[in-house]
Design a protein around this ligand. Structure first.
Ligand code: GRF
Length: 189
């Protein structure tokens, strides 16, 4: 039986789509469902096109009930992948899925992580700090934002004059290139 992935995203979901495409004809792994805490997020539209179920859980239900863990267990999910998912993962879900939740962060942790460090905030902070490099970090998820064990990092150069948008573009390219392969490795581990 194939290993089953759930991808959680709060926004556009371009990584979610890229991951789904990567595994669409995979022999051993499939993307079984998406989850979003935003009703109008673009990921719902992508899910329709990809023919992947996309569940919406309002933040309160996500944080204060076992409903999401219940769904993920019922769907026999092996790996939960956070791709631009902005809520903290509640204790009950961490307990229900030990070592089975991973996140991608659009910078080189442990720098530029933590609460409020998401999306363009990260790229703006990286440029403001005059960094010569940025990149991606894939890591296990624990009870603190961006602090779980690091699985993989890849870097890109920041050139003089690069704007946060330029950095975002380079980082997204790294995400598309590496994240699916890292997921594949984690599942075969
Ligand atoms: C990505 O840069 C990811 O690293 C970050 O949020 C962004 C999500 O982009 N956590 P998308 O929704 O996959 O386009």
């Amino acid at each position: 039986m194939k290993k089953r992935i759930a991808v959680l995203a709060s926004g556009s979901g371009s990584n979610a789509e890229n991951i789904a495409n990567y595994f669409s004809n995979h022999e051993l792994i499939e993307v079984s469902l998406f989850i979003s805490n935003k009703k109008d997020a673009f990921i719902h539209r992508r899910a329709e096109k990809l023919n992947i179920p996309c569940y919406y859980f309002p933040t309160k239900q996500f944080n204060e009930t076992d409903d999401v863990s219940g769904l993920l267990k019922k769907e026999r999910i092996d790996l939960i992948v956070l791709a631009g998912f902005l809520l903290k993962i509640p204790e009950n879900m961490l307990r229900a899925f030990p070592d089975a939740i991973i996140n991608i962060h659009p910078a080189l942790l442990p720098k530029f992580g933590g609460k409020g460090m998401y999306g363009d905030h990260v790229h703006r902070a990286v440029v403001a700090a005059g960094e010569e490099q940025s990149g991606i970090t894939v890591h296990y998820v624990n009870e603190n934002y961006d602090e779980g064990k690091i699985i993989f990092q890849a870097t890109c150069e920041i050139l003089p004059g690069d704007t946060p948008e330029d950095v975002a573009r380079k980082v997204h390219a790294l995400e598309y290139k590496h994240f699916p392969c890292v997921i594949e490795k984690v599942l075969n581990a």
